[in-house]
Design a protein around this ligand. Structure first.
Ligand code: BES
Ligand code: ZN
Length: 462
């Protein structure tokens, strides 16, 4: 009796196992990729990414190459990665000097701006005065009664900048604020460090277009605008990359590596909420979600410093890889500007340097199709995927954009990137962040599970 019932229950159990496993395989067969996607897409949370975004763009603020603020960002990132059990590697490297200025407005607001190396460096001895606006300040008429003891606001004209500065000095200005008009991609002018043929003995600053607007509005209302400025020269600077890795289940010198990257710095005077606290936050959220799902592929998150000064962090990283290490990297997902609120963008793009599809862009386009969030393939440089591409490593930049034509390139991008207006309030969409998290996360997971063989024709092409 007991034996019989034992056999029966054994048979039942076997039948159950068979049924359950065959069900599993059937369902896995029908919608394998969707169910894998859901492991990521149902877990990534834009609200968590927003917490990182807040910390980086608001609490820390501009994260300027080589400066303390950049190191604060690096520290925050390393702390997050450690908490999730990642192995941390911090790399430091030298970067060029910075000339930075500050404008204190009526003793209340403080703006970070650019300073000219040819102007006076005030350090701890700021200069103050009331502000006058002189337009382009090229003719003596612009100055009226002169500028003795005043701070002068000038609309910057790159071609005539030496004359502009000379006029201000002749009129005994106490300091000069140049405001820029447009940036290089039709964006509002960012803060900058203007350069001149000759040095002068007064502080010379380069402020963003919006700061110029705000000052002019006050002047137009007839307000007396009292400002205090100081300028600083920072030399012998170092910047930093933070790398967090999760080893593969089995490790060898040939273990493939998939990377998710983002630049952690921002330009002078810009909170860099979209450029690029958004990419940093996305990578940190993916690191949280993916910390436990070990596969046969190593997962590595890299946060690069000094991207804004010429891709210096990613260049440093790629340069120090041995050929053997470079060969292991099968894909690089570089997130830069992944949560814009700009209404005219149409797609999340997977941009490769040569415009050709590669395993990264392909995985993203396919993930987008499965998830119902179309991802477009395109061609763009200008970010940390470039040094990887140049080393023959498949890489793509992820960015929201509208592209009307590729040849000639006609595209639309938010006006506020690289400016003080790149803030959460003005420039971030929680929904676009969520979409980017789901699509990029699913594509990364796809490559982790189905690594492409190490040597494919697209490798070593360059
Ligand atoms: N995220 C930008 C690149 C970007 C901005 C691409 C707008 C497309 C539209 C990036 O942070 C950046 O500013 N890159 C620099 C690179 C340069 C210093 C080599 C740039 O393009 O000016
Ligand atoms: Zn940028």
């Amino acid at each position: 009796m007991r034996i019989g019932s034992g056999r029966r229950s054994m048979a039942l159990a076997l039948a159950m196992v068979f049924l359950v496993s065959s069900l599993f395989f059937v369902s896995a067969d029908v919608s394998a990729d969707d169910s894998w996607d859901r492991m990521i897409s149902s877990r990534v949370d834009a609200d968590r990414a927003m917490d990182h975004l807040y910390m980086l763009s608001k609490k820390i603020g501009p994260r300027v190459s080589g400066m303390k603020s950049e190191k604060q960002a690096a520290k925050y990132i390393a702390t997050q990665l450690k908490r999730h059990g990642y192995q941390i590697d911090e790399q430091s490297f030298s970067v060029p000097d910075q000339y930075i200025g500050y404008v204190h407005l009526n003793g209340k607001e403080k703006w970070q701006v650019g300073a000219s190396p040819e102007g006076r460096i005030t350090n701890k001895r700021p200069v103050s005065g009331s502000l006058i606006y002189v337009g382009e300040g090229l003719s003596q008429k612009d100055y009226g009664k002169g500028a003795a003891g005043k701070m002068v606001l000038i609309q910057y004209d790159a071609d005539n900048r030496n004359e502009q500065l000379k006029r201000a000095v002749e009129n005994n200005a106490r300091g000069v604020l140049f405001y820029s008009t447009t940036g290089s991609r039709g964006n509002h002018g960012p803060a900058f460090s203007p350069r001149f043929d000759e040095t002068v003995d007064i502080p010379v600053l380069g402020i963003s277009w919006i700061h110029g607007q705000w000052l002019m509005e006050r002047l137009e209302k007839g307000e007396r605008v009292k400002i205090k400025v100081n300028t600083e020269h920072h030399s012998q600077l170092t910047s930093v990359n933070v790398i967090g890795s999760r080893p593969a289940k089995t490790r060898s010198s040939q273990t493939p590596v998939v990377m998710v990257t983002a630049h952690l710095d921002s330009v002078v005077g810009a909170p860099g909420a979209n450029d690029n606290a958004s990419g940093t936050a996305l990578a940190l959220e993916l690191a949280r979600v993916m910390k436990n799902d070990g596969t046969d592929v190593e997962l590595r998150f890299a946060f690069f410093g000094s991207e804004e000064r010429g891709l210096l962090g990613s260049r440093h990283y790629v340069d120090q890889l041995s050929d053997e290490e470079a060969d292991r990297i099968i894909g690089v997902f570089n997130a830069d500007m992944v949560a814009t609120r700009y209404e005219h963008v149409t797609h999340l793009y997977a941009m490769t340097v040569d415009g050709e599809e590669n395993p990264v862009s392909k995985a993203a386009v396919q993930a987008g199709e499965r998830l119902g969030h179309p991802v477009a393939q395109g061609r763009f440089g200008s970010s940390d995927h470039v040094p990887f591409h140049q080393r023959g490593i498949p890489a793509a930049l992820f960015i929201w954009m509208r592209v009307d034509s590729w040849d000639p390139l006609i595209y639309d991008i938010e006006k506020v990137y690289h400016t003080p207006q790149d803030t959460i309030e003005e420039n971030i969409s929680r929904e676009r962040m969520q979409t980017a998290l789901e699509v990029i996360g699913s594509a990364v997971f796809d490559l982790l599970r189905k690594p492409q063989p190490a040597q494919e024709p697209w490798r070593r092409a360059s």
